[in-house]
Design a protein around this ligand. Structure first.
Ligand code: PLP
Length: 430
């Protein structure tokens, strides 16, 4: 290890605290954190010059690859003008243009209004607060509850965490958040009593990411929309992961021709370059916030609508057009499916494949279909082994998540699946 790298590792271990990380293991002697220093296309390079395919798109953010010339140029161009100005009391042209472009994906008078924030959690946080305040200002103060789906994940700020269905992450904090009722299907939702107390239902459309890539049945979203509409309950869609082409359409909701009341976007909004989020809202909801000071939405963050983020987001959308990103996805995800099927045929331990567009989960169990003991940490070990074969990704429990930048080539898909196959052989071979 070069001296500089050793210094960086030592500083990290002494001063940094990583997300979702067992810090004791991270800082233990013998653990050498991977220091990533460069990226190009779907490839990332570590401090020692080793190259890896970014198999989880840098935690589900990257869309068109790293160091994309158009994105780099757009950010640099804006940087030479100004890096940040406040959106509180002022505006700037890029935010206005971006809000208009986002509205353009939906029919006029539907999702026409965008509130910018910083990340997936704040996009959700913002929708929740808007949903509650809307009810207070629309003569329905009794609608104070939310319904979410079992094992869902919508972020880590306290409001978003209140919706969180994963006990390991959220059980400690439940008593500090607001009560949420959880259902596992639209049928269960229909059976709930007290729906007249519900302000909104929150769901990740088509596929839940953190819930080990759980794919919802076809038609479920459209049924949910129909039912929530009948009940006067707002539909809040979390497209933080599914947005920007991941499922094959620009937004997952478009695949079932659903228009929600709130649409939350983040991760891929800037092509995975900068932290930025958007909460898009139906115009009639927005209208309840007009009028006097008592109706205003008192919410915001210092970096709301950051100009560099807006420049990246506009470039991201432009690349979708120029490179016809969506047009290639059907063929690419079919190719991925073929590769996954071959993996499944090769290994009895591939218990189930779950795929929605370019989002894939490979669940590993023992050859009899029994889940591995958690203490074996099979998913983690397989992903760690994959590094040797030039692939970076993370599991959720024993589900290997493969969610690459959409720009990945057929050859790079093959390389990624080969790396997973080699790693399964290494970890579960005998
Ligand atoms: N919603 C979903 C569906 C997510 O997958 C995530 C993050 O993985 C979030 C919300 C939270 O986003 P962030 O980590 O940007 O706060």
């Amino acid at each position: 290890m070069k001296v500089q790298l050793a210094d960086s590792v030592a500083m990290d271990k002494q001063y940094c605290w990583h997300p979702f990380t067992r810090q004791g293991e991270w800082t233990a002697e013998g653990h050498d954190p991977l220091m990533l220093v460069k990226g190009e296309g779907v490839w990332l390079e570590d401090a020692e010059g080793n190259r890896y395919i970014d198999g989880n798109a840098s935690i589900w953010t990257n869309i068109h690859g790293h160091a994309h010339p158009r994105l780099n140029e757009a950010i640099k161009e804006q940087l030479d003008k100004v890096a940040h100005t406040s959106f509180l009391g002022y505006s700037h042209p890029l935010a206005a243009e971006l809000a208009k472009k986002l509205a353009g994906f939906f029919p006029y008078t539907s999702l026409q209004r965008t509130f910018f924030s910083d990340d997936g959690s704040t996009a959700i946080e913002c929708a929740l607060k808007m949903a509650i305040q809307y009810r207070l200002q629309s003569g329905e103060p009794e609608r104070t509850e939310f319904v979410a789906f079992v094992d869902c994940y919508h972020g880590d700020t306290m409001g978003a965490a209140s919706l969180g269905g994963v006990d390991a992450f959220f059980s400690r904090f439940r008593k500090f958040g607001f009560p949420v009722r959880f259902v596992s299907s639209v049928t269960e939702l229909k059976e709930l009593d007290g729906l007249d107390r519900v302000a909104g239902v929150v769901i990740e459309p088509l596929v839940q990411g953190v819930n080990q890539i759980h794919v919802w049945p076809d038609g479920m979203l459209a049924e949910l929309r129909e039912f929530t509409e009948q009940q006067g309950v707002h539909l809040i869609l979390d497209e933080v992961m599914t947005g920007f082409g991941r499922t094959g359409a620009m937004f997952a909701c478009q695949r079932e021709k659903v228009i929600p009341d709130f649409l939350c976007l983040a991760k891929g909004l800037t092509g995975g370059y900068l932290p930025m989020a958007a909460t898009m809202v139906r115009e009639e909801i927005y209208e309840a916030f007009l009028g006097g000071a008592e109706n205003a939405f008192y919410y915001g963050h210092s970096y709301t609508a950051n100009p560099l983020g807006c420049a990246a987001a506009l470039a991201n959308l432009q690349i979708f057009e120029e490179e016809k990103t969506l047009e290639g996805l059907k063929e690419k995800s079919a190719y991925l499916k073929k590769g996954l099927d071959a993996l499944s045929a090769q290994f009895p331990e591939v218990w189930q494949l779950r795929q929605c567009g370019m989002v894939a989960g490979i669940e590993l169990r023992d050859a009899d279909g029994v889940s591995f003991d958690r203490s074996m940490r099979v998913g983690e070990r397989v992903c760690l082994a994959a590094r040797k074969w030039g692939l970076l990704t993370r599991p959720v429990l024993d589900t290997i998540v493969f969610l690459p930048p959409l720009s990945i080539s057929f050859e790079e898909i093959d390389q990624s699946l080969d790396a997973i196959a080699q790693s399964i052989t290494e970890i579960l071979g005998d």
